[in-house]
Design a protein around this ligand. Sequence first.
Ligand code: PGA
Ligand code: ZN
Length: 440
Amino acid sequence: MAEIQKLEALEILDSRGNPTLAVTVTLNDGVKATAKLPSGASTGKREAVELRDGDKTRYGGKGVRKACAYVEGEIQSAVRGMDSGDQAALDARLCSLDGTPNKVRLGANAILGVSLAAARAAALERGVPLYAYLGNGTEFLLPTPMLNVLNGGRHADNSVDFQEYMVSPVGAPSFQEGLRSAVETFYALKSILHAEGLSTAVGDEGGFAPQLKSNEQAVEVILEAIHKAGYKAGEDIAVMLDPAASEFIDNGSYVFAKSDNSRRSPSEMIAFYKDWLQRYPEIWSLEDGMGEEDRAGWQQITKELGDRIQLVGDDNFVTNAALFREGIRDHIANAILIKLNQIGTVTETLECIAIAKGNGYGAVISHRSGETDDTSIADLAVATRVGQIKTGSASRGERIAKYNRLLEIERELGTKARYAGATPYTRWTGSHKPAEALVK
Ligand code: PGA
Ligand code: ZN
């Protein structure tokens, strides 16, 4: 296997115009690959740390020149000569070189850039696509996409408290057909909003960000759009939510500060969700329904709703195996959101996915609200066969790049391509119940 010969890092821009890194790994046989890194806005408190320069004279302090310098200096010296195909050894070296539990010294951005670019280079070197390199090479599953068609919370300057309202083509026969039905729903939503005199400008993840009257109106217009596009809500297309509740928790209460200023205790918040699920059975998945530090609230919602819908932990688990294991032991959530840059290496990301699978938890591969044209997460989803990806709406090039990559993969796989469809949710929609937590 070829050795890592050279690392280069360039300060580039993400989809919000904020600086991020493009890291290029060159192997000793000349093979070269680049990874470009995403960046979140509604970040979990315990995410691995993204290193920013803090020099207010450049990009308001958001520059990443220090992280670039670490890649080309200290990290390059430590990994030069390592086998590019031994991802676990490389990632272990990166973690020990950093020496902190949250990668605060060298930066999770610097570290992930090297980890992911090395994986991309190793795949190229072997002459296989990234999805084949990261997976077992023989079994693949095209994920069911979650398209975030209505943006609120911290991702949009509007009156909607919940961050993400997604449509997911669970009833489609293939990724291509599923994507089409979700995109047609996006068109229908645009025309409905337009007809009502509402804005069709888009938020950070490419969904519309209209000034709706309430959080509930967002669900109503989406259901109307699914119908208008000619699909059946809850059969062809399910609705999925990411309220990102950590962002609207204030002193232990959940406050809808953007819409009506109403306040709810954790129990009242759960009652609110229950009422929605009763009235909108088309909602199949709820991410970060409770705040990341509201352990009791998370336990209660899991107890009350965990056998009815998918409950995804994002801000509380932050793709961190230790936090995830703790959550499983505490009977929190029944699925995990997977973001490479929350933890900072490919190996640790794969570990979280393995823990999810071993414990009957679902896993959703995810983009960040700040993205680039890097498409690695599309390959990661296919390779790990988790069956779910959320990577934005049907607009904005950095989101579309991932969907286009999945279309390419589906075609490349030909008859070997299988589409997840409703299978990740059958445990809640059918008689199958989640497996008892095992934790390994
Ligand atoms: P972020 O949000 O990328 O802005 O952190 C995405 C999410 O909460 O899922
Ligand atoms: Zn989230």
